[in-house]
Ligand binder design. Structure first.
Ligand code: ZN
Ligand code: ZN
Length: 814
C-alpha cells in the first residue's frame, strides 16, 4: 500500500484522472459479449448553447451517477454523447455574426457557416461534460448534423412515409410570423398577458348584435357567428345571417355549444383562425376557410383594404375604422393566456398551409400504455407524459421553413406534381441541391426538390435506435429499447414524447425501459436562476473554487430526484470539507496500513464488529437507494456514516490499536482496510475523481485498475451483528460524552485523566461497557477506569439515562 501524500490539490487530480480515464479507455463499451448484462443510457444530445450551466451540471451528474452505479453493479454500460446541432438559434446567430439573411446565400453555403458556428459551442459543452468527470465513452460521440446521422434520420422518414405514418397536407398549424416557420404544439409556450377585448357592433336585419373579440383584425376572416343553443337571448337568431361591420359581408349564425354565454356578450365570432377553438368549430360545422395571413404575418388580399399590413398594423387600422363609424362600442382590459413562440416570444398565429405531418394522434393510447408500463424515477413523472399526450389536438407538424436542418428527401414532378422519394441507397440527400434523375409516369423528367426541412426534434427523437447501432448493426437490438432515458422535467413533452412516438411508429416498441427525471436549478435565492436577478452562478466559477467532485456532491444531495433545487455555495463548500475529511482519514489509514498484509486473517475486536455491522447496514441502504435513483438518500447515507460514525468515532477509538503491535493491531488494520475500500466504492458514483485517486494509492492493482471498474459491495449478512452494535453504540457514547466533558472542563484531550468511573444501573449495560474498557481507557487516556453497577450522580450519557460517569484529572500531573 502506498501512502497518500500530505498535500493534495483536488482540482489538479480531477484533471489528471479525466486525462487518464480517456487514455486508459476506462469507460469503453464492449460491443462484444463478455457475459455482462448491458445497460444503455439514452443520453439526450444537448443543443450546444455556448455554455455548460449549473442545470447541465445537475443533469449530467444524474446521468453519470446512474452509469457509474450500473457499471459497478456488473453491467456493460453504453454511455454515448452526441450533440443536437440543427435549429433556429444557430441560424439567427450566424445571420447576426455575418450580417446576412439566410436567403442571401445558397442553402449549402449557409449551412457551412452554421456548422462552423456550432462547433465552437460543442467544444465548450464537451469540455464541461469532461470536466464534470462524466464516464462517457467518447468513441461513441456524434453530431446530428453529420451526413451519417442525417442518412439515418432520412431513412426513418422514408420508412414512416412507406407506413403511411407521415403525410403531407393542408392543415391548420401553429405559425411564428417572426421566425417564419411552422412550429409544433410542444414549441408553443403559454404566457399570461394583459390584453384588450373589444365590443363591436355587427348587424342582424338592421339591428345591432354586439360581439366581443380580442382579435378584431380577424373580422375580414369571420366565417360564422356562434351562439349557445340554450341562450334565450340569442337562440332565435340561429339559422339567420349577420352582416360583418365595415364590409357588410354576410355570415351564418350557428348554434355552437362551445360558446360560453357568460363570456363577453355571449356571442362568438368564428374566424379562420384566431385560435384553436376556431379550428375545432370550422371542422365541426364544415365552415369555409379564409386565408387572411400569409407566411410572413402579412395580410393577404382577403383582408381587402388592409392587405399588405402586418397583424399589428391591421388591428390598429380596423379599430380606427370601427371607431370612426361608431361600431366600436367598448374596450376593456382582459387577463388572457396566449401562446407564444418558444424561441422569440412572438404570439403565434394559427394558419393553414401545406405541411408535412407525422400521425402521432393515432399513437396516443399506445404512448399512455407504455408510459404506465415502464419505470419512472420519480414515479409520478409518468403523468407528465400521459397528460401531455392526451392534451394534443393535432398531429406533429414535421416541416420547417428553415435552412440548417435535415432536408426532407422528396422531389416533385414539374409537369404533374407527383411526389417521388429518395432512393434509400442514395441517402443522405439534399433535394435543395441534389438533382432527382428519372422519368415520371407522366413522362416528365424535370424534378423540383422539396425546400422544407425537418423539425430538429425529428433528428433527436431517433437516438434510442441510433445509439443502439440501427440501421447498420445487425445486433442493434442488444441495446434497444434503451435501458434508461434521462432528462429534465421541462422537456418530457418534447424529448420523452417524441422519442416514444417515433420508436413506436418505426418498431412498434417502447423507446426506453425507464426514465430518470431531474428538476431545474434555481438561483442562490431559490428563484429562477437568471443574470438579471443577480442570483446567477457560472459553472467555471464553481469548478475553479471547489472542483467538480464538490459540485457533484451539491447536485447529488441538493434535493430529491425530480425536484427543483437551488444552487447553494454552502453545499459545495460542505462537499469540499467532507472531501478533505475523507482525504485526511484515508491518509491516516494509508500510513497505519503500510505494513498490512491483506492475506493475514485476524479475529475482529468488539468495535471492529460494531463498525462492520453498521457499514453493512449502510451498504444495503445505499444500494437500495441508488437502484431506484434516489441519489440524495444514497449519498447522504454514505457521507453521514463515513464522516460522523467512521471518522469521528471508529477511527478515534481504533487509533490505540493501530499504533500498537500484534493481534490488536492486525484486527484494527483488517477492519480499516476492508471498510475504507467499501466506503470509497459507495462514494465513487458521486465523487469519481477523489475516490479514484485514493483507490489508486491504496488498492489499485496495476495502472489501468480503477475503482470504477471494481464491483459494487455485495451484501454480506454474516457481518450483521446486533449485539456488537448495541455494545459498540454504548461504548462509543461513553467515549464521546467523556471527551465532551473533558473539553468542557478545559482539560486538553491529550492530557491523561486520573480516574474515570462509569456507573450503569442496568447490569447488562455495565457488562457491555466493561467489554470496551480497553478502548475507553486508551482513547480517553484514562489510566484508571472503573465500571460500576449502580446509580451514579454526575454526568448522564446522552441516550442512556441509566449510565453516568465521573472523572478527575490526574492529581500528580500539574
Ligand atoms: Zn418565433
Ligand atoms: Zn409527372
Amino acid at each position: 500500500m502506498k501512502q497518500l501524500p500530505r498535500k493534495i490539490d483536488f482540482i489538479e487530480i480531477e484533471k489528471k484522472w479525466e486525462r487518464l480515464w480517456e487514455e486508459n479507455g476506462t469507460y469503453a463499451y464492449n460491443w462484444g459479449d463478455d457475459g455482462r448484462p448491458r445497460f444503455s443510457i439514452d443520453t439526450p444530445p444537448p443543443y450546444p448553447s455556448g455554455n455548460f450551466h449549473m442545470g447541465n451540471v445537475l443533469n449530467w451528474t444524474y446521468f453519470d451517477m446512474r452509469a457509474r452505479f450500473k457499471r459497478m453493479r456488473g453491467y456493460n454500460v453504453h454511455f454515448p454523447q452526441g450533440w443536437d446541432c440543427h435549429g433556429l438559434p444557430t441560424e439567427v446567430a450566424v445571420e447576426k455574426a455575418y450580417k446576412i439573411r439566410r436567403s442571401d446565400l445558397p442553402p449549402d453555403e449557409f449551412r457551412k457557416l452554421c456548422e462552423e458556428w456550432i462547433e465552437q459551442y460543442i467544444a465548450i459543452m464537451k469540455e464541461g461534460v469532461i470536466r464534470l468527470g462524466c464516464s462517457v465513452d467518447w468513441s461513441l460521440e456524434y453530431r446530428t448534423m453529420e451526413p451519417d446521422y442525417m442518412r439515418k434520420v432520412q431513412r426513418s422518414f422514408l420508412i414512416l412515409f412507406e407506413k403511411d405514418m407521415i403525410y403531407k397536407g393542408e392543415h391548420p398549424i401553429n405559425w411564428c410570423p417572426r421566425c417564419e416557420t411552422a412550429i409544433a404544439d410542444a414549441e408553443v409556450e403559454r404566457e399570461s398577458r394583459t390584453g384588450k377585448i373589444y365590443t363591436i357592433a355587427f348587424s342582424v336585419d338592421g339591428k345591432n348584435l354586439l360581439i366581443a373579440t380580442t382579435r378584431p383584425e380577424y373580422i375580414p376572416a369571420c366565417v360564422a357567428i356562434g351562439v349557445h343553443p340554450e341562450d334565450k337571448r340569442f337562440n332565435k337568431l340561429i339559422g339567420g345571417e349577420a352582416s360583418i361591420p365595415l364590409s357588410g359581408r354576410k355570415v351564418a349564425i350557428i348554434a355552437d355549444d362551445a360558446v360560453d354565454p357568460k363570456f363577453g356578450t355571449g356571442t362568438m365570432m368564428i374566424c379562420t383562425y384566431g385560435d384553436k377553438a376556431d379550428v375545432l368549430a370550422v371542422a365541426k360545422y364544415g365552415l369555409p376557410v379564409i386565408k387572411l395571413i400569409d407566411g410572413k404575418g402579412i395580410m393577404t388580399p382577403a383582408a381587402g383594404k388592409y392587405e399588405g399590413m402586418s397583424i399589428e398594423e391591421a388591428r390598429e387600422a380596423i379599430l380606427k375604422d370601427l371607431d370612426e363609424t361608431g361600431l366600436l362600442r367598448k374596450t376593456d382590459n382582459l387577463e388572457q393566456e396566449i401562446g407564444v413562440c418558444w424561441r422569440c416570444d412572438t404570439p403565434i398565429e394559427v394558419v393553414t398551409t401545406d405541411q408535412w405531418f407525422m400521425r402521432t394522434m393515432s399513437l396516443t393510447n399506445e404512448v399512455v400504455n407504455k408510459a404506465m408500463e415502464i419505470d419512472w424515477y420519480p414515479d409520478w413523472m409518468r403523468y407528465r407524459l400521459i397528460d401531455w399526450a392526451k392534451s394534443l389536438d393535432w398531429d406533429w407538424v414535421l416541416s420547417r421553413q428553415r435552412v440548417f436542418a435535415t432536408p426532407i428527401p422528396v422531389w416533385y414532378c414539374e409537369k404533374c406534381g407527383k411526389m417521388r422519394t429518395a432512393d434509400p441507397e442514395a441517402l443522405p440527400v439534399d433535394p435543395r441541391v441534389d438533382k432527382m434523375e428519372g422519368v415520371c409516369e407522366c413522362g416528365g423528367t424535370e424534378w423540383r426538390g422539396e425546400t422544407d426541412v425537418l423539425d430538429t426534434w425529428f433528428d433527436s427523437s431517433l437516438t434510442c435506435a441510433i445509439h443502439a447501432g440501427w440501421p447498420d448493426r445487425e445486433d442493434w437490438r442488444n441495446l434497444f429499447p434503451a435501458s434508461m432515458h434521462p432528462s429534465g422535467h421541462d422537456i418530457i413533452r418534447t424529448w420523452a414524447y417524441y422519442l416514444m412516438v417515433r420508436h413506436l411508429a418505426l418498431f412498434g416498441e417502447t423507446a426506453y425501459d425507464s426514465v430518470l427525471i431531474n428538476g431545474m436549478v434555481l438561483g442562490t435565492d431559490g428563484r429562477k436562476m437568471s443574470k438579471s436577478l443577480g442570483n446567477f452562478v457560472a459553472t467555471p466559477e464553481v469548478f475553479e473554487k471547489y472542483g467538480s467532485d464538490a459540485s457533484r456532491l451539491w447536485a447529488a444531495t441538493g434535493g430529491s430526484t425530480g425536484t427543483d433545487i437551488p444552487f447553494r455555495w454552502a453545499d459545495a463548500e460542505y462537499g469540499w470539507r467532507f472531501m478533505r475529511k475523507l482525504w485526511n482519514a484515508c491518509r491516516f489509514a494509508s500510513m497505519r496500513l503500510e505494513d498490512y498484509d491483506p492475506s493475514t486473517k485476524a479475529e475482529p475486536g468488539l468495535l471492529d464488529r460494531w463498525i462492520l455491522s453498521k457499514l453493512e447496514g449502510v451498504v444495503r441502504e445505499a444500494t437500495d437507494e441508488f437502484e431506484p435513483c434516489r441519489f440524495m438518500n444514497a449519498v447522504e447515507a454514505s457521507r453521514n456514516f463515513i464522516w460522523h460514525v467512521f471518522c469521528d468515532h471508529y477511527l478515534e477509538a481504533a487509533k490505540h490499536r493501530l499504533y500498537s503491535e500484534g493481534k490488536e493491531k492486525a484486527s484494527a488494520q483488517q477492519t480499516l482496510y476492508y471498510s475504507m475500500r467499501r466506503m470509497l466504492q459507495l462514494l465513487a458514483p458521486a465523487i469519481p475523481h477523489l475516490t479514484e485517486e485514493i483507490y489508486s494509492h491504496m488498492y489499485a492493482e496495476g495502472d489501468s485498475d480503477s475503482i470504477h471498474l471494481s464491483l459494487w459491495p455485495e451484501a454480506d449478512g454474516s457481518l450483521i451483528d446486533d449485539e456488537a452494535e448495541r455494545a459498540g453504540d454504548l461504548i462509543i457514547a461513553v467515549i464521546r460524552d467523556v471527551r465532551k466533558e473533558k473539553n468542557r472542563l478545559g482539560i486538553p484531550l491529550n492530557k491523561p485523566l486520573g480516574e474515570l468511573k462509569v456507573y450503569a444501573a442496568d447490569p447488562s449495560e455495565a457488562e457491555m461497557i466493561a467489554m470496551g474498557i480497553e478502548d475507553i481507557s486508551a482513547t480517553l487516556k484514562a489510566e484508571d477506569v472503573e465500571v460500576l453497577e449502580g446509580d451514579g450522580e454526575e454526568n448522564e450519557v446522552e441516550g442512556y439515562p441509566s449510565v453516568r460517569f465521573s472523572l478527575a484529572s490526574r492529581t500528580d500531573d500539574t
